[in-house]
Design a protein. Structure first.
Length: 331
């Protein structure tokens, strides 16, 4: 079963849905300022069970606030999590990771978004670890995480585990994150070559995850946001089957929705041994906030009374193309 989402910008039940109202507590403390600029993002996300697994332990999520103060201080967040732990524990871990992350990050009072994100990850880790200790069949459950947070003309990436973030920029494609895995440590130590690591029976052994231990240390990366950039967030179900050069060719030549479809289908065609999740974010422009406000406003049709009264549809003037259309659709 495949779940897809595609859009444009602008006692407790552990799998309960994320509630926007949970965030409101912290928003009142944000400084009342607007962001200098905003990236206009066209994105698509897709998750698939694969050809072998009987359930999907991957999850993606995102949050795009429109309030100026929140955009300025917290930005927009997009994330992928890959759960582990057997039975339904992995599915619960990935869902909880993203739910708690979103709530804690946007609700945190710290001015620094990196501090807020670090604390949000610790909160998610503590919650999942405590749940695993309390329920024997959940023992050992955990989740990877890779998230991208766009604030004005900067993006920071946070990562735990072997889910990855890639950047395509001006035809060049590179992995931004470094896997927290046993084979990656061996490669960096010079014990294994990259080719040997890909064939190792221990290639799926990760050294950090959210919820598996009492403490977790996330890695942070930061980049500028530039028009034309394409970001890929993904679980190892993709990278275990599809080479970097192939990924680069697909996301560099197709719109996000089509790119996610092709990547998932290619991974499945080559065995689909794991769940597959891909999140493609295309930066169509970086514009001043005053201009970007038009992006959040739906185009207004002319009042019915203003149309000519001959009853012909063709004689009704059409609304001018909104500002954001030329950035998102190229018109």
């Amino acid at each position: 079963m495949t779940e897809t989402y595609s859009t444009s910008q602008g006692g407790q039940e552990p799998t309960a849905k994320f509630e926007r109202e949970v965030l409101v507590r912290g928003w009142r403390s944000y400084a009342p300022r607007a962001p200098r600029c905003l990236p206009l993002i066209k994105f698509a996300a897709r998750t698939d069970m694969g050809q072998v697994r009987e359930n999907n332990e991957d999850k993606f999520d995102f949050y795009e606030p429109e309030e100026p103060a929140i955009l300025a201080q917290r930005g927009c967040l997009y994330a992928v999590a890959d759960g582990m732990g057997g039975a339904l524990a992995g599915q619960i871990a990935s869902e909880l990771t993203l739910k708690r992350l979103l709530s804690a990050y946007y609700d945190h009072p710290a001015d620094d978004p990196h501090v807020a994100m670090r604390e949000a990850i610790l909160e998610a880790n503590n919650y999942i670890y405590a749940l695993a200790q309390a329920i024997p069949e959940r023992n050992g459950m955990g989740s990877t995480l890779v998230a991208a947070v766009f604030i004005e003309d900067r993006v920071f990436i946070v990562q735990v585990g072997d889910s990855r973030a890639y950047l395509w920029r001006r035809g060049q494609f590179r992995q931004v994150t470094v896997d927290h895995s046993w084979v990656e440590e061996q490669v960096r130590a010079g014990v294994l070559t990259r080719e040997e690591a890909e064939l190792s029976p221990f290639r799926n052994v990760i050294t950090r995850s959210i919820g598996a231990t009492p403490n977790v240390l996330p890695d942070f990366y930061e980049e500028s946001v530039q028009e034309g950039d394409i970001w890929l967030l993904c679980s190892d179900g993709l990278t275990g089957h599809v080479e970097d050069a192939e990924i680069a060719d697909i996301i560099g030549t197709h719109a996000p929705s089509e790119a996610t479809r092709q990547l998932v289908e290619l991974a499945n065609a080559r065995g689909g041994r794991d769940n597959i999740t891909v999140f493609v974010l295309s930066i169509r422009a970086v514009v001043a906030y005053e201009e970007a406000q038009a992006f959040f406003t739906a185009p207004q049709m002319m009042p019915k009374e203003a149309a000519v009264d001959d009853g012909s549809l063709s004689s009704t003037p059409k609304p001018a193309a909104p500002f954001w259309r030329r950035f998102l659709l190229g018109s």
